[in-house]
Design a binder for this molecule. Structure first.
Ligand SMILES: *Cc1c(COP(=O)(O)O)cnc(C)c1O
Length: 357
């Protein structure tokens, strides 16, 4: 389907003309032989940006996270993770299936944190009955929310105090960095390893990076090979990643501003139950009397699509969503809730629409 405004995810961005030009002219070599200059340049850039010794290019964030978890945990070890975290819920159970790592999921609070006492309570004593608690994994941003600064320190301190390693699923950590004004290396600095997606808001077609200490990253290189992620002339993909890091980080602020505009536009229609923007996302839970499928059809007829599957409806802003796309949504909502004729009076219209459904 062609759409004018695809709000399903920031993964739907298409590489720009300039990014494609960078890909077309990339110098390449065999990256499995560690012989691809463009891939090495991207890895060096990422290591520096995240303040780590080393970084490694992966095809996906799923593989980058898994290689990170497996580099920290051996067979029968355990990792502590939020039960709504991507690594636990949305990566096919790879840690357990492929890594033989037992997940210890814990409730996520509304802001994406895991309560510190829950973490401490889940760390197993050194006793042969228990799996060995080896790793704490956090996610930032978490459903668009930026983890509080103080929490990053407290949670990773607790982990370190108990001898656990720390991994950040930082798929969207650049959104967190831009929203909080923190240096990405400051965020990454609390963790041993960090996974960063190039294919979300940064707009590359493919790619993630795992960054951390040299020794851990070399372990992850072997694991990547084992997982089938040893790719050859990756320079064409890495060139897109370099372009993304050079051109598409600061502009994430535009996505956040547009998400904020979108949240305010949606809030003018209270039955939609829209929440406030969290970085580049807006979640809404329409009131029971809104005909959600009619609403979706109404939007789709105007070229607007949005996501679901998070127990709610999700709007995500990104490179290919401009101000006109937000205007389009605003107008589409006004039409949906407006009386069939006469001036568009939003709240009156909304109430009338509610009575009709
Ligand atoms: C997208 C995403 C990943 C990685 O997903 P891939 O599609 O495998 O690149 C990991 N964690 C979070 C939070 C994500 O949003």
């Amino acid at each position: 389907m062609t759409s004018r405004a695809d709000f399903r995810s920031d993964t739907v961005t298409k590489p720009s003309r300039a990014m494609r030009a960078a890909m077309a002219s990339a110098e390449v070599g065999d990256a499995v032989y560690d012989d691809c200059p463009t891939t090495k340049r991207l890895e060096a850039m990422a290591a520096e940006l995240l303040g780590k010794e080393s970084a490694l290019f992966f095809p996906t964030g799923t593989q980058s996270n898994l290689a990170g978890l497996m580099a920290h945990c051996g067979r029968g070890d355990e990792y502590i993770v939020g039960q709504h975290a991507h690594t636990y819920r949305n990566e096919g159970g790879g840690a357990a299936v492929l890594g033989s790592i037992q997940p210890q999921p814990l409730p996520n609070e509304a802001d994406g944190t895991i309560a510190l006492d829950a973490i401490v309570g889940a760390i197993k004593p050194a006793d042969f009955h228990h799996p060995v608690s080896r790793l704490l994994t956090l996610e930032d941003t978490f459903s668009g929310s930026v983890l509080p600064d103080g929490y990053l320190q407290e949670a990773t301190d607790v982990a370190r105090a108990h001898g656990l390693a720390t991994h950040l699923d930082g798929a969207r950590m650049m959104n967190a960095a831009i929203a909080s004004g923190r240096d990405p290396a400051w965020i990454a600095g609390w963790f041993d390893t960090v996974s960063l997606c190039l294919s979300k808001g940064l707009g590359a077609p493919v790619g993630s990076l795992l960054a951390g200490p040299r020794e851990t990253i070399e372990k992850a290189r072997r694991i990547r090979k084992m997982l089938g992620g040893g790719m050859r002339q990756t320079g064409v993909l890495a060139a897109a990643g370099i372009y993304a890091l050079e051109h598409n980080v600061a502009r994430l602020g535009d996505d956040h501003r547009r998400a904020d505009r979108l949240a305010r536009a949606l809030s003018a229609f209270p039955p939609l139950g829209a929440g406030e923007a969290r970085t580049n996302m807006v979640f809404m839970t329409p009131h029971e009397d809104v005909d959600v499928s009619a609403f979706r059809r109404h939007l789709a007829d105007r070229g607007i699509i949005l996501g679901d599957g998070y127990g709610t409806m999700r709007w995500v802003t990104h490179l290919d969503i401009d101000d006109a796309a937000i205007d389009l949504v605003d107008q589409a909502c006004a039409e949906f809730f407006a009386p069939a004729s006469g001036p568009v009076r939003r709240w009156a219209g909304a109430q009338r629409a509610l009575k009709e459904v």
